[in-house]
Design a protein around this ligand. Structure first.
Ligand SMILES: NC(=O)c1ccc[n+]([C@@H]2O[C@H](COP(=O)([O-])OP(=O)(O)OC[C@H]3O[C@@H](n4cnc5c(N)ncnc54)[C@H](OP(=O)(O)O)[C@@H]3O)[C@@H](O)[C@H]2O)c1
Length: 171
């Protein structure tokens, strides 16, 4: 089973502010949907709260330390990384897919990064303030395999790039 990260970040690794996304970039939301649809996703409880509902077409495993957290229908709860992985793996097998998507936030990315094979990154080329960051992408561990740059058609005309990284064989 392959574990992949899907993340959007600025050039300084910023991913969030006040438990939400720091930018409005519909093209990234569309890309996120395309990347995750049909696959199990693992996310932290704060990220789940920021979305506020299960996303259709994807089984969501939410990590929380709170044993009383009530999972809405279509959401599974895990209290450890291993439990989250076991739940997501069982679901992926049922669905007949070989990839599990780790979709944040910062605490969850940090813990799963050493186990992940691919990073699907949207680089948002802007400078913003915030409070949640992705760990450094160490080029000794990750090799960039694909990069495409675009300009958003929204009013902000943000520049962004879809970038993929693969873990090096000895990484
Ligand atoms: N740009 C992006 O692509 C992207 C993607 C996702 C999120 N984000 C942003 O990231 C920010 C949220 O990140 P965050 O680090 O604050 O929160 P988070 O990673 O979403 O969630 C943290 C919570 O997950 C639970 N958790 C994490 N590891 C656990 C473990 N090993 N065992 C049990 N529970 C565990 C805990 O929940 P309890 O407190 O319930 O115990 C913890 O408080 C927001 O700003 C969000 O918008 C950005």
């Amino acid at each position: 089973m392959e574990l992949n990260i899907v993340v959007a970040m600025t050039d300084t690794g910023l991913i969030g502010v006040n438990n939400s996304l720091p930018w409005h970039l519909p093209e990234d939301l569309k890309q996120f949907k395309a990347r995750t649809l049909g696959h199990p996703m693992i996310m932290g409880r704060l990220t789940y709260d920021s979305i506020g509902r299960p996303l259709p077409g994807r089984l969501t495993v939410v990590l929380t330390g709170n044993k009383d957290w009530n999972a809405p229908e279509g959401v599974r709860v895990a209290h450890t990384l291993d439990d989250a992985l076991a739940l997501a793996e069982a679901c992926a097998e049922e669905l007949g897919v070989a990839q599990i998507m780790i979709v944040g936030g910062a605490r969850v990315y940090e813990q799963f990064l050493p186990k992940v094979k691919r990073l699907f990154v949207t680089e948002v080329h802007t400078q913003l303030e915030g409070d949640a960051y992705f760990p450094e992408i160490d080029r000794r561990i990750w090799v960039e395999t694909s990069r495409q740059r675009y300009t958003s058609e929204g009013a902000s005309a943000l520049e962004y790039s879809f970038v993929e990284y693969l873990r090096r064989e000895n990484g």
